[in-house]
Design a protein around this ligand. Structure first.
Ligand SMILES: [Zn+2]
Length: 270
């Protein structure tokens, strides 16, 4: 690994273009340490953001909402079928009623002795028999329709019960999600405030460099610890470390591997 002077990366044209600006960035060791605090706070904010987007309650709610939508559709289908069956049943019951009326009328004629001719009598008796059979058939249809309605009604009750319990479960999960979001937001607000205070103590040029690196790398500055860049976790070779040893404390140095600002501390192993 070759140690790089700030902004000195001829392989990267953007780096070369920004060289004159970047090269002039100097900051006291104290100020450079602020960058580590910033990096910690930015990492905290990124963690919170990641947690916010990955909340299990959000996925759970999506699953419950999908089920609720299925239930709603099933209920519409069931209720439509129930309506159809109710109409069919009324029709069949009206038919039964008509047949019953006819039987009563025929029987009244018979009882009143209005029919005396043997042939007419036999025809009337046969008609009554047929009407009885017809009545029996229709009553069976009514019974069958009632059974189907009962089945559908218990299905409707099951669906409604599941809908109710799902509603409760959704409210409970939403409350947990909201509580988690509130907690995350509180932490994020605190970290943001802290970040604001720390950033206020960093000169604009250094902060600009840090933020520019952060946008592409996620982390803008890293500690040099025991000869290793904490940003990319690669160890610097002896020559690179020697160059760093020889640089002024207010030089802002960068990792040749990951281009992050490398902050020196007593733990740097220099
Ligand atoms: Zn690095």
């Amino acid at each position: 690994m070759r140690f790089a002077w700030p902004g000195d990366n001829p392989r990267n044209p953007r780096q070369v273009a920004g060289r004159t600006n970047v090269r002039s960035v100097k900051a006291s060791p104290q100020t450079q340490l602020r960058l580590l605090q910033l990096a910690d706070l930015d990492a905290e904010l990124a963690r919170l953001d990641h947690r916010r987007r990955g909340l299990p309650e959000v996925a759970e709610l999506a699953r419950l909402e999908a089920r609720a939508s299925e239930l709603k559709d099933d209920l519409v289908v069931t209720e439509t079928e129930l309506g159809d069956l109710a109409r069919e049943q009324s029709r069949a019951e009206r038919d039964v009623e008509q047949v019953r009326t006819r039987i009563e009328r025929d029987r009244a004629r018979l009882d009143a002795g209005q029919v005396s001719a043997a042939r007419e009598l036999a025809s009337l008796q046969s008609e009554i028999e047929n009407l009885h059979r017809r009545q029996g058939d229709l009553e069976e249809i009514v019974l069958d329709l009632m059974e189907r309605r009962e089945t559908l009604e218990s299905r409707q009750a099951e669906l409604t019960a599941e809908q109710d319990s799902l509603g409760g479960e959704m409210a409970e999960v939403a409350a947990r999600r909201d509580a988690a979001l509130k907690e995350i937001d509180e932490h994020a607000a605190k970290a943001s405030d802290q970040r604001g205070s720390v950033a206020a103590e960093v000169p604009a040029d250094l902060l600009g460099l840090y933020d520019q690196i952060r946008k592409t790398k996620g982390v803008g500055a890293a500690m040099l610890r025991a000869g290793r860049c904490e940003g990319c976790h690669l160890s610097l070779n002896a020559a690179d470390l020697n160059v760093i040893r020889g640089s002024a404390p207010d030089d802002v140095i960068r990792c040749e591997e990951c281009r992050r600002i490398l902050v020196r501390t007593p733990e740097s192993g220099l």
